[in-house]
Design a protein around this ligand. Structure first.
Ligand code: DX5
Ligand code: ZN
Length: 224
């Protein structure tokens, strides 16, 4: 089943609990939390204390996306704060295998993220270690950017590769997803669809989630 994963980066942080409650009532099961350090990406967001506060008010799966240069140092803190799964950028991890196993040993699922310019071949040796792969469909750092269509070729390649290996490896996509392209990314093979501005900047976030879920269900019916 395809999951719509709201990204709180686009939410109103002065009413974060309320914003999370809205998408929760719309039936989502996962929440995407973007962590930026001002080094790996040219922006700053939030740290473990905020994740800890979110953990207290929701049972949703907390999907923490680390856009930071030193994930080995900080991943354990986010897991301690309540992250259920943590993804790290392949571009930030010289010892990717070790980092993934570290996250798992701390009790969370471990994901690998690929920037738009990073080929899927860098994952070849860790596909059996990672719990999921996140394909960036924008260059990370900001919400509300334009979707880069070329990344769909990578999604199709990954989908082919996981079938070849017989792996149940979810493919997540992040950046520039809206009601207009959600169907296309599901048909390419994506399982978890992250969406920030298209949900939280819409007039009715719950209705947008419901519509996106419906589009995903219909698209999944044609993806074989
Ligand atoms: C971008 C972040 C995304 C962002 C997506 O660097 O990783 O998760 O919140 O926002 P939208 O859906 O607006 O592109
Ligand atoms: Zn993200």
């Amino acid at each position: 089943m395809v999951e719509i994963v709201p990204s709180i980066l686009s939410a109103d942080f002065s009413r974060l609990g309320e914003e999370i409650g809205r998408v929760e009532r719309a039936g989502v099961r996962m929440l995407h939390v973007d962590i930026m350090d001002g080094h790996f990406v040219p922006n700053l967001t939030l740290g473990p204390p905020v994740v800890k506060s979110i953990r207290r008010i929701t049972k949703l799966t907390l999907d923490v996306h680390l856009m930071i240069t030193d994930p080995d140092r900080f991943a354990p803190m986010f897991i301690e704060a309540g992250a259920d799964q943590v993804s790290v950028h392949s571009e930030a991890c010289p010892h990717l295998d070790r980092t993934l196993r570290l996250i798992q040993s701390e009790g969370a699922r471990a994901g690998v993220v690929l920037n738009p310019a990073t080929p899927i071949q860098v994952l070849d040796e860790v596909l059996e270690v990672a719990d999921y792969v996140l394909v960036m469909s924008v260059n990370p750092g900001f919400e509300a950017q334009t979707f880069i269509p070329n990344v769909l070729r990578k999604v199709r390649g990954l989908d082919f590769r996981r079938r070849e290996l017989g792996l149940q490896l979810p493919i997540e996509i992040d950046g520039g997803i809206s009601l207009d392209n959600a169907g296309e990314v599901v048909r390419a093979g994506c399982d978890w669809i992250v969406a920030g501005s298209s949900i939280f900047h819409s007039a009715d976030p719950a209705a947008t989630v419901a519509r996106m879920q419906q589009i995903a269900r219909e698209a999944q019916a044609v993806h074989v």
